[in-house]
Design a protein around this ligand. Structure first.
Ligand code: NI
Length: 161
């Protein structure tokens, strides 16, 4: 609904203390909202940074940050998850995505890393990387269903104003 969600984020040139402070703020925002993932785009910042913590589902905290993430491989096998998004509160939809992926990224210390992700981690990473590319999960669902969600959100927004 917010046009800023359609913008494409720019790569981080150097991972310094100011970037790390921003990442710490993103962790806080994600935990405060009970989210398992957050892209910088969602807080109005156009740097290619995303944070996630899928361990929260088991009441643990394992924060992870992915700076300049790039998908280097996708499996042909797919998986369907019922996805939600902090930018679309209370709305969920089944999205089909590759089940496994490999992602190259810079970590909190600016070191180059690569991870092979499966299941929920793979889905979550793809969802958040989409945000950095101006894409949101409702782009994957049938237009009729998408319109229903967008109309409801507009109505809710009007009621809040
Ligand atoms: Ni999202």
């Amino acid at each position: 609904p917010d046009p800023r969600l359609k913008l494409i984020a720019r790569p981080v040139e150097k991972v310094d203390d100011s970037v790390r402070r921003f990442i710490d703020d993103m962790y806080e925002t994600m935990y405060n909202a009970d989210g398992i993932g957050l892209a910088a785009t969602q807080v109005g910042d156009l740097r290619r940074i995303l944070v996630l913590d899928i361990a929260q589902k088991e009441n643990r905290r394992e924060p992870k940050v992915f700076i300049n993430p790039e998908i280097s491989w996708l499996s042909e096998e797919t998986n369907t998850y019922t996805e939600g998004c902090l930018s679309f509160p209370e709305h969920f939809a089944d999205v089909v995505r590759p089940k496994k992926i490999k992602v190259k990224y810079l970590d909190y210390d600016g070191k180059q890393q690569e991870v092979e992700a499966d299941e929920l981690l793979a889905t979550c990473l793809q969802h958040e990387i989409d945000h950095l590319n101006g894409k949101v999960f409702v782009d994957y669902i049938p237009p009729v269903k998408r319109d229903i969600i967008l109309r409801k959100l507009k109505k809710e927004k009007r009621n809040d104003d």
